[in-house]
Design a protein. Structure first.
Length: 246
């Protein structure tokens, strides 16, 4: 597990093995490393200097013998910072190359709660800072049919960091459970019109429309600028109507 984590942040297989070994077994010679890790000496002659340049290990001279020791694991904070910066610089390049070559709408069918979580994360990924998304929340139970609280809290944190705004059409039940926020405008479907408690949510964001059925834990995403724009128009029409009769 530890090796896999180190590989994820850029170390290769030999570097991971050597570093983890030296963490628990300080002051080892090149011969020790070769024998105990089954890495041939020519390979070590290449890997060890590279690891020294990266400040992963150091060599010390004791009684005319060279030993290798691991550096403090806090060095990996720098690795993570560099990786984050590289990705922040590279993502715009990928986005400039990304294009939807489908002339027709893309229809995605998703199953299970894990995919419901992914829809909320997709909202955060698809929108820019200060963007608005539109949500119908026809819920009758936010308990056992909801996604994991930790996952939802993670989404809310990401959403708030981007300062995403939302307009919501919902019912009294759900509105009373949620706190009022400046970045959220809510209108209620009157009970005398209909009981708006189908346990279904529809979210319109960017060029997508997501529909979540909490009853069956099935969900759908339709990716189409025209379709999403059409849904936004209908949402705003109903929202403004309900706002007037509030």
């Amino acid at each position: 597990m530890s090796e896999q984590i180190l590989k994820k942040i850029g170390l290769n297989e030999e570097e991971s093995k050597i570093y983890l070994f030296l963490i628990s077994n300080p002051k080892k010679t090149l011969t020790d490393l070769s024998k105990e890790l089954s890495i041939n000496r020519p390979k070590l002659y290449k890997v060890l200097p590279s690891m020294q340049e990266q400040w992963l290990i150091s060599k010390v001279l004791i009684w005319k013998r060279i030993y290798f020791i691991a550096e403090n694991p806090k060095i990996f904070n720098t690795y993570l910072d560099n990786i984050k910066k590289d990705f922040e610089d590279y993502i715009p390049v990928l986005e400039s190359q990304f294009s939807n070559n489908f002339s027709k709408p893309i229809f995605k069918h998703l199953s299970w709660k894990s995919w419901i979580r992914n829809i909320f994360l997709d909202i955060w990924n698809s929108l820019n800072k200060w963007d608005v998304f539109y949500r119908y929340s026809s819920r009758n139970n936010v308990g056992k049919t909801s996604i994991d609280k930790k996952e939802y809290d993670k989404y809310k944190k990401l959403r708030d960091e981007k300062k995403l705004e939302r307009m919501v059409i919902t019912n009294d039940y759900l509105n009373n459970l949620k706190e009022n926020k400046l970045d959220k405008e809510v209108v209620i479907v009157p009970k005398n019109f209909d009981i708006f408690e189908d346990n279904i949510t529809k979210i319109i964001y960017a060029n997508k429309v997501a529909i979540i059925d909490y009853n069956s834990e099935e969900s759908f995403i339709i990716e189409s600028y025209i379709f999403a724009n059409f849904e936004k128009k209908l949402f705003k029409l109903l929202f403004n109507f309900l706002k007037k009769i509030k």
